[in-house]
Design a protein around this ligand. Sequence first.
Ligand SMILES: Nc1[nH]c(=O)nc2c1ncn2[C@H]1C[C@H](O)[C@@H](COP(=O)(O)OP(=O)(O)OP(=O)(O)O)O1
Length: 207
Amino acid sequence: MTPATSPDKLPPGIAGEWVGFTEGGQNPWRILDQTRYYTNTYIVQDGQILLGRKKRGIGLDYYNGFGKDVECPLLLCSSEHCPTGGKVEVGESSKQAARRELEEEAGITAPLDQVGTLLFTKEGVEWTFHIDIYRAEEYEGKIVETEEMCPEWFPVSRIPYDRMWESDGYWLPLVLSKKPFIGRTDFDANNRLQKWWFGHDGGVVSA
Ligand SMILES: Nc1[nH]c(=O)nc2c1ncn2[C@H]1C[C@H](O)[C@@H](COP(=O)(O)OP(=O)(O)OP(=O)(O)O)O1
C-alpha cells in the first residue's frame, strides 16, 4: 500500500493520514485566517449523476452539486458566558445544512453520506471555503428547477468536466467510487486553477 503523505508535505489546512494522488502548480499556498463552511451534494443513481447548472453568483453557468454555505456552523459552546453554563451545541451541522440546501436548490430530500472535503481559495476572497462533499443513491420528492440551480441528469461516463470547476475531474471520480478523499485548490481571480493537492484514504480506487 502507498504510504501516507508526510505531514510537512500536506497543504495548509489539511491534517491526518492521506495518500496524495495528484498535485500541481507553482505558487506558494495562499494563507488565509478565515474559514467559511459550505456543502456540496451529488445524487448518483442508475449510472447517472444529478448536477445543477448554477444560475447566479460565483461559478455562474458551471455544473455543480447542490449546496451552499452552512448558515450558522455548529459550535460547541463551552464558555462561562453560554446561557446554559456551557457544553451545548448551537447552529446547524454540515449534514443538516446539506439536507436543507438540497431541498432548497433541487426540491428533494435524500439520505446523505459524506465522501470528501475540499478546501478552496480564490484570489480576491479573504476566506478559505471548507466544502464538505456528500452523495446519496436515492432521494424523495420531485426534482425542480429553482432560482439558484437548473438540475440535469448526466450519464457518469459523460460528465461535462469542461463546464465545471477545473479541478472537479480529479475528485468527482472518487465521489462515484465512494472513496473518501480530501483536497485543496487555489484558484486565481479568473477561476483558473493555480495550485492543487488531493489525497484519498489509501488502497485501491475502483472505477
Ligand atoms: N465543485 C466545486 N469545485 C471547486 O473546485 N470549487 C467549488 C465547487 N463548488 C463550490 N466551489 C467553491 C467555489 C465557490 O465560490 C464556493 C462556494 O460555493 P457555492 O457556489 O456552493 O456557494 P454560494 O452559492 O454560496 O456562492 P455565491 O455564488 O458566492 O453565492 O466554493
